[in-house]
Ligand binder design. Structure first.
Ligand SMILES: Cc1ncc(COP(=O)(O)O)c(C=O)c1O
Length: 484
């Protein structure tokens, strides 16, 4: 949450933003005694920069660097952040490549034709990984992340439906999309921004994911599609895409409605091909017309990069596609953003070459081994009941064993673990079971078995401390700061 309160100025004790009276404090710029001042004793470091207003003068690059560097130290330690799905480690060659290509704009296909060609190679590799009938017949693009990729998938479903309805002379007023109540917020945004009614199928203890049950109650002639998730954000569980497709087959047989599936494979799209290659969730399932993923999650790239691929060119309505010039010719483009970084695309390509299929499998397997170890240790503790065990994507969640304690809750445990540096969020499950609070760990490349063992000790120690309390922890002011 952003704190909008002005921070007090340590040097003078006044409110930092209100500085129009301050030129005499002086950022004297290059070429004066500032250059001689020892580090941490220079103007700007020894005093303060205005927080919400452009400083009046220049400062030395070393000074500005030091201030920004120091401020960002107050962020959590990314490697101990077990809340995020997003990559927090790449090897030094990737870092070198990143620095070399930070200036490339992905949209300038004509100026950076090689980056554009590499983007195409990448999505074709991914189309093959997802068992598209043919990489040549498929179409795809990079995006800034899964959110943009999901929006593009949703837009294509909506336009396909509109075209079909118009051709039949029917109304296109009330499109709806069917989703699990545990979808990521990007789908709520899609429905809100693009005027589509979201029809949520509630998850429950009995149906922990969208699994096709009762789907006929939600589908009608205005349904533009169904979203299936490979790696539900709340828990990491896979939704059974083939089972959802079978339910839609039955609906089609009874009603004639041919409803397609977009798979939100934000995490699982880059895990299932390596860890569960036999599982049919991708273009092997006929009803799946498009799949999206976050390259910056289990694609192992720094943020922000995503991918979306359509089964065939026909599945992406042509009127949504713009032409950009490319090497004097034309290249199709379907994106919400115009400019965005090209470097991440090169990083993805680097990883594809560096790791290959076998390397990806080893990395994902190592993460899963750590996840299964952690869920095993946490599951053994009396205080907890596992919701799942990390054998889909390397992510799992647990709840407090009913009746275990009335002195503390999972938010308190989250706070105690934070004292040790671990960021492990607790949060309520979605509507219908929002009384249930769970805690979740996302295991990513870089959380070693050694670190995981330290984490288990820290959890055991924290639980022992909380269990030993004589009176309950305060719950006043407890807020859910974590959102999906
Ligand atoms: C299932 C799912 N879909 C979409 C998203 C949005 O992804 P991004 O952060 O890449 O926009 C997430 C993010 O966690 C997710 O878990």
């Amino acid at each position: 949450m952003t704190d909008l309160t002005p921070r007090s100025n340590a040097a003078s004790g006044d409110g930092a933003p209100n500085r129009t009276d301050r030129p005499t404090r002086g950022f004297s710029g290059i070429g004066d005694s500032n250059q001689l001042n020892p580090i941490f004793a220079r103007e700007g470091e020894a005093t303060d920069f205005p927080l919400n207003r452009l400083p009046d003068r220049e400062s030395l690059p070393e000074t500005a660097y030091q201030v920004v560097h120091d401020e960002s130290m107050l962020d959590g330690n990314a490697r101990l952040n077990l809340a995020t799905f997003v990559g927090t480690w790449m090897d030094p060659f990737a870092t070198k490549l990143y620095a070399e290509s930070a200036d490339k704009n992905m949209v300038d296909k004509d100026e950076y034709p090689q980056t554009a060609a590499i983007e195409t190679r990448c999505w074709k590799m991914i189309a093959t990984l997802w068992n598209a009938p043919s990489a040549e017949g498929a179409i795809g693009t990079s995006t800034i992340g899964s959110s943009e990729a999901c929006m593009l998938g949703g837009l294509a479903l909506k336009r396909r439906w509109q075209l079909a309805r118009r051709a039949e002379g029917k109304s296109t007023e009330k499109p709806n999309l069917i989703l699990s109540s545990a979808v990521q917020v990007c789908w709520e945004k899609f429905c809100n921004y693009f005027d589509v009614e979201a029809r949520y199928v509630p998850i429950s203890d009995e149906h922990k994911v969208l699994d096709g049950h009762d789907l006929e109650k939600y589908v009608d002639e205005n349904t533009i599609g169904v979203v299936g998730i490979m790696g539900v954000t709340y828990t990491g569980m896979y939704e059974p895409i083939a089972q959802i497709a079978a339910a839609l087959d039955r609906i089609q047989a009874e009603t004639g409605l041919d409803v397609k599936i977009h798979v939100d494979g934000a995490s699982g799209g880059m895990v299932a091909p390596f860890l569960q290659p036999e599982l049919e969730w991708d273009f092997r399932v006929e009803r799946v017309v498009s799949i999206s993923t976050s390259a910056h999650k289990y694609g192992l790239v720094y943020p922000g990069l995503g991918w979306v691929v359509w089964r065939t060119v026909e599945d992406l309505p042509q009127e949504l596609v713009f032409d950009v010039t490319y090497l004097g010719g034309h290249m199709p483009s379907f994106a919400l953003n115009f400019s965005r970084p090209g470097a991440q695309v090169l990083l993805q390509y680097y990883l594809f070459l560096r790791l290959g299929w076998d390397g990806f499998r080893k990395v994902q397997q190592a993460s899963q081994d750590v996840a299964v170890y952690l869920s095993g240790e946490i599951g053994k503790m009396d205080a907890f009941d596992l919701w799942n065990d990390g054998t889909d994507i390397p992510v799992f969640a647990w709840q407090l064993t009913p009746g275990h304690t009335d002195k503390w809750n999972l938010y308190h445990l989250s706070e105690r673990l934070r004292l040790k540096g671990w960021l492990i969020p607790a949060y309520p499950m979605p509507d219908d079971i929002s009384d249930l609070v769970v805690q979740r760990i996302v295991v990513r490349n870089g959380l070693s078995r050694n670190l995981a063992e330290s984490l288990v000790l820290d959890i055991q120690e924290s639980v022992a401390y909380l269990d030993a309390l004589e009176s309950p922890m305060p719950v006043e002011g407890q807020v859910v700061a974590f959102t999906h």
